[in-house]
Design a protein around this ligand. Structure first.
Ligand code: GDP
Length: 131
């Protein structure tokens, strides 16, 4: 996902360009907006964390771009490309270092396992939208 902060700050094009240049194939892509309920559902795993309310509020605060990306070892490669959760700790040249503003408003989301990538992909896209 490209998160609402990156959308508002005009970084969506540069971020998608980077995905392509780093060799990810776009399987599905769309702009959409999460309701508070849907954002809460997507991040349900963090329900007990102190920042959950803030996270749901932020993720439903504006449009996002959802995408399914394919590459060899995609989960690891993508997490390397986006960098650490906190942009202050993200490596030079990573998407979060370049475009994130804070640990909460950190420009992009990436799945943390192949299993979650499948679940999160079908959260946004039907089979007919994936090529
Ligand atoms: P990720 O896998 O790198 O996205 O990080 P996590 O799974 O740990 O956290 C999920 C998301 O919750 C992060 O990308 C942030 O948007 C948000 N988040 C994590 N830690 C904090 C925090 O301390 N404060 C706030 N406001 N949001 C946080």
């Amino acid at each position: 996902m490209i998160k609402p902060d990156a959308m508002r700050n005009g970084h969506a094009g540069a971020i998608i360009d980077r995905f392509i240049k780093e060799g990810f194939r776009i399987v599905a892509l769309k702009q959409t907006k999460l309701s508070q309920e849907k954002a809460g559902e997507f991040y349900a795993v963090h329900k007990e964390r102190p920042f959950y309310g803030e996270l749901v509020e932020f993720m439903s605060s504006g449009v996002i771009i959802a995408a399914i990306l394919e590459k060899e070892n995609a989960v690891t490669a993508f997490r390397e490309l986006i960098g650490a959760t906190n942009p202050a700790q993200a490596a030079e040249g990573t998407i979060r270092k370049l475009y994130a503003t804070s640990v909460g408003e950190n420009a992009v989301h990436g799945s943390d396992s192949d299993e979650n990538a499948k679940i999160e992909g079908s959260f946004f896209f039907s089979g007919l939208e994936q090529f």
